[in-house]
Design a protein around this ligand. Structure first.
Ligand code: SF4
Ligand code: SF4
Length: 94
């Protein structure tokens, strides 16, 4: 009868040696978030909800900015925006 291996006996799993910031994952996306400045109240909920940290608040400009180099186009920001200021578009860019 075979015995299950202990954690000390199994092979180490593959580990990526680079942080996710070393990869420009933005080119994975199909849809791109685009914000309507008229509707945006700068509540910053999208900044909190973005799982990739791809939305930043620029205090000097008083507005949020998308970092399309890392945005994967998941659409969470558009879903969570309370004023529906973000729409997901097929074309790239804001
Ligand atoms: S969640 Fe919507 S209203 Fe709030 S900062 Fe983001 S785009 Fe603007
Ligand atoms: S679409 Fe997803 S990854 Fe891109 S900015 Fe919105 S929440 Fe972040």
């Amino acid at each position: 009868m075979s015995r299950e291996k202990s954690w000390k006996e199994i092979s180490p799993a593959g580990v990526c040696s680079k942080p996710s910031t070393a990869f420009l994952t933005g080119d994975w996306k199909t849809f791109t978030p685009v914000r309507d400045l008229e509707k945006c109240t700068t509540c910053l909920l999208c900044v909190i909800y973005c799982p990739d940290g791809a939305i930043r608040f620029r205090s000097e400009a008083g507005k949020i900015e998308f970092d399309y180099r890392f945005c994967k186009g998941c659409g969470i920001c558009a879903k969570e925006c309370p004023t529906k200021a973000i729409t997901m578009k097929l074309e790239k860019g804001e």
